[in-house]
Write a new protein. Structure first.
Length: 460
């Protein structure tokens, strides 16, 4: 039966319905030559391995596969506490995450590589190396076109998975081995160039931090030796107690190894020190009630810590209304204010941003506003805080998720040189940041072009 003329509706023969899932019956709109099903080049492999064997052989258990296909393994000490059965992954094998393969979480374990263990969430396959290269296979499956296909194969509600039976039925292009190798070499060549640019950008950023420390004359030093009993204590501490440190009670402002270590170590400076509270006003924000959905249909930018990434902020993911501001602790801060993330996931804590527009923030952000530009320029203060990122993070306290707070930020020391030196520092750092950003942008473009050219070669 033909259904010509229906532009917005697709008819599916009832006999072909294996699952009631609209997305899997949508047209893929891709075509390629040398079509081969994955089951023709992959053989399911299941070799159970005990935790005892894992420990004896010093093998690790998979933690995750990133969206870019990088493998992360658990610490060996976690093997004992791992719950569930394990399967062994040998060299020249392919695994994927049932939940996230549609996002690119697939990994090829090279020949002669050290084995590791996986749970049943990571199906294991041996590769027919006479027909396909493992790295080529991963590249194809990670391509945007095949991510779309895999997404349509996923089933489930809360955590949709791609079942092994569905995975193996997918068709992929498999050209001659020599062609596969050529395509990989071309792609890897461009990726190498992109990585070189990224490494140069990282080196520039590292040099910025070193320049700031040297220009400001910041010198880390141990506490001075004193006469009498303290001299004996100091010498004894360094000679005999390799794993134990004594701290004077007067130096303990709060519990925390990093905090006490910083207090004991100390720093000296070439220029005057002024606390942040003496340079500006300090505020925070708030989160309007989520139960009032109309609060989030306004035009005023509302910043979350995940958006604080050492850049100037001109727009945000969410916007709130004036009513939301009036009925919450959120406050509108002027353009030019500086943001410090007090807590958040991963590397977020201690990051900064500058407001390019008037905006509000959530309660996890500290806001430095109405900065006294007669003492310090806004950009100098911003770059100084960026350069002290790790020092700021070390001040955090708490168990599960260490946090900064407004009090610690208020009393944070800022090295304040004369205006001419501030301006010199700002000019230098701005120039270097532009160079670093250009390199990162070029690397990003090259990565996209490399993938686009690879896909163009395999998809007609």
């Amino acid at each position: 039966m033909s259904f010509i003329g229906y532009k917005y509706i697709t008819f599916i023969n009832y006999k072909t319905l294996s699952l009631w899932d609209v997305k899997r019956y949508m047209q893929d709109h891709i075509s390629f030559g040398n079509a081969v099903k994955l089951k023709d080049v992959l053989s399911p492999f299941c070799e159970p391995v005990t935790k005892k064997e894992m420990i004896i052989n010093n093998w690790q258990i998979v933690s995750k596969i990133s969206f870019s296909g990088d493998l992360f393994l658990r610490n060996i000490s976690e093997t004992i506490s791992f719950k569930g059965n394990l399967n062994k992954v040998e060299g020249d094998s392919l695994i994927y995450s049932k939940i996230n393969v549609r996002h690119g979480c697939i990994y090829y374990h090279p020949h002669d590589a050290i084995p590791f263990g996986v749970s049943s969430e990571y199906p294991v396959y041996k590769i027919d190396s006479t027909r396909v290269l493992g790295d080529f296979l991963v590249m194809v499956i990670q391509s945007n076109a095949f991510k779309t296909i895999l997404n349509r194969k996923a089933t489930g509600i809360s955590k949709a998975r791609v079942k092994p039976t569905e995975f193996l039925e997918i068709e992929i292009p498999i050209p001659e081995l020599s062609v596969q190798e050529k395509l990989l070499n071309t792609y890897n060549g461009k990726i190498h160039q992109a990585r070189t640019m990224e490494a140069e950008a990282c080196q520039i950023e590292k040099c910025i931090d070193e320049y700031l420390i040297q220009t400001l004359g910041i010198v880390t030093q141990l506490p001075p030796k004193k006469q009498g009993n303290y001299t004996h204590y100091y010498q004894k501490q360094n000679r005999e107690y390799n794993y134990l440190r004594f701290v004077r009670f007067t130096n303990v402002v709060e519990w925390g190894i990093d905090i006490v270590s910083k207090k004991q170590k100390g720093e000296s400076y070439k220029f005057p020190i002024i606390k942040i509270k003496d340079l500006c006003q300090i505020g925070s924000g708030g989160t309007p009630s989520r139960s009032c959905s109309h609060y989030y249909k306004g035009t005023t930018p509302w910043i979350k810590t995940g958006e604080v990434v050492n850049e100037e902020i001109f727009d945000t993911e969410e916007h709130i209304t004036e009513e939301a501001i009036a009925n919450s602790s959120a406050k509108l801060y002027p353009k030019g204010s500086l943001i410090i993330a007090m807590y958040g996931q991963g590397d977020t804590r201690g990051r900064t941003a500058k407001l390019g527009v008037d905006a509000t923030t959530n309660q996890a952000c500290a806001v430095l506003h109405h900065i006294d530009n007669n003492i310090v320029t806004t950009d100098y203060l911003w770059y100084y805080l960026q350069g002290r990122y790790h020092d700021l993070r070390s001040m955090a306290s708490g168990n599960n998720q260490p946090n900064l707070n407004a009090g610690k930020i208020r009393n944070y020391d800022v090295v304040v040189p004369p205006m001419d030196i501030q301006n010199e520092i700002v000019a230098y750092i701005k120039k270097q940041k532009v160079l670093a950003k250009q390199l990162k942008r070029r690397a990003q473009v090259m990565r996209k072009e490399a993938l686009k050219e690879f896909e163009k070669e395999i998809i007609e």
